[in-house]
Design a binder for this molecule. Structure first.
Ligand SMILES: [Zn+2]
Length: 195
């Protein structure tokens, strides 16, 4: 695992395959962060890998309340032993992922023939200087990122399927499932940072 712990959709990993030979986007993503795609839940944080779409949306919707509340409990710029990001950086990471997935949905509705654009979350973190950002801006960005995502990711959008060159077939519902894990997992990272 690299600094962010868990990530969005990258493009630097070999595609994983299920036992039936189908390249599975969510399974590949889980494998990429060192998880077991056949398990019910993440061994590290306990969050289910494949919740229902409504459940995933509900988890994501908690972030604009829980993350700033956690950041307010201590030093939002403290990087604890074993991590390379502070709480503010994790908050910006989740905000950027939510906005990126909202963009992907909008883009797919308009131009479904285009591939999903992957990016490296660690490179994004360096380019945007997450470690230099303010907790105030991070909380603001997270609120707006989640608002954009939830306004975009309705049931119709969640049912849309896309193909990623390396990561295989998926629906945007899988994207929501992935993001829900990001929210839950990094909430625990945040708690470690603020402890
Ligand atoms: Zn986890």
């Amino acid at each position: 695992m690299s600094s962010g712990g868990v990530h969005g959709v990258g493009s630097r990993v070999d595609a994983g395959q299920r036992t039936d030979g189908v390249v599975d986007f969510l399974g590949t993503a889980i494998t990429w962060i060192g998880g077991d795609p056949d398990a019910e839940a993440c061994a590290a944080c306990g969050h289910p890998w494949r919740p229902g779409v409504a459940e995933a949306r509900a988890t994501i919707a908690t972030a604009p309340e829980t993350y700033p509340a956690l950041l307010a409990t201590g030093d939002p710029y403290r990087v604890p032993d074993g991590l390379t990001w502070h709480g503010t950086a994790y908050t910006v990471h989740v905000a950027d992922l939510c906005r990126a997935w909202a963009e992907r949905i909008v883009g797919h509705v308009g131009e479904p023939e285009r591939q999903l654009a992957g990016f490296d979350p660690d490179e994004l973190a360096d380019a945007r200087n997450y470690l230099g950002m303010t907790a105030t801006a991070a909380a603001w960005s997270l609120r707006h990122g989640v608002e954009l995502l939830l306004a975009t990711a309705d049931d119709e959008a969640a049912a849309r399927t896309f193909h990623h060159d390396e990561w295989g077939e998926a629906s945007f519902g899988d994207g929501l499932r992935w993001l829900a894990h990001e929210v839950a997992h990094h909430e625990q990272d945040l708690a470690r940072c603020l402890a």
